[in-house]
Design a protein around this ligand. Structure first.
Ligand code: ZN
Length: 171
């Protein structure tokens, strides 16, 4: 059982990674993988930097955690991510046997652990993740809104409202 305060401190870490991503011109999404009280790996969105459509924060963190454990199975691990995971990342969590997904703000247009569906808790799959949403949601949402506002103001790209997977959540 994880206490609310523990969720928050891991999510704060993810939020710092999201802000780091923003400074690099990436849509601010951050993720960490935790096992018990041990921080295994961190990741932030690097889609632009790496020219990689799958370089979402969750994928970066999951890959690093698996490398660290020397196993693709992340049994008992919790993934914290500032934005609700998309279908790809929810699928990665299932494949990695992540025990629990804790996210910040919802993504009504791409989120796939609650908003558009719930791939992580589909009883037909051979693994299910517990899902907890809304941890530091306001802060996570604010980081995304600030990023897009600044990008629009600086005359950014035509894709100016694209979070990790398409557009600004809730836009
Ligand atoms: Zn994703």
């Amino acid at each position: 059982m994880i206490l609310e305060g523990e969720h928050e401190s891991a999510m704060r870490r993810a939020l710092r990674l999201a802000k780091l991503a923003a400074r690099r011109g990436e849509v601010p999404v951050g993720a960490v993988v935790v096992f018990g009280s041990r921080l295994l790996a961190v990741g932030c969105n690097q889609r632009e930097t790496k020219h990689d459509p799958v370089a979402h924060a969750e994928i970066q963190a999951i890959r690093r955690a698996a490398r660290k454990l020397g196993s693709w199975r992340l049994d008992g691990c919790t993934l914290y991510v500032t934005l609700e995971p998309c279908a790809m990342c929810a699928g990665a969590c299932v494949n990695a046997r992540i025990a629990r997904i804790v996210y910040g703000c919802a993504d009504p247009k791409a989120g796939y652990v609650s908003s558009l569906g719930n791939l992580a808790s589909d009883a037909r799959l051979n693994h299910r993740c517990e899902v907890v949403g809304g941890v530091l949601a306001a802060e996570s949402g604010a980081a995304l809104r600030d990023f897009f506002r600044r990008r629009r103001r600086s005359g950014g790209s035509e894709n100016a409202s694209d979070p990790q997977s398409g557009r600004e959540p809730g836009a």
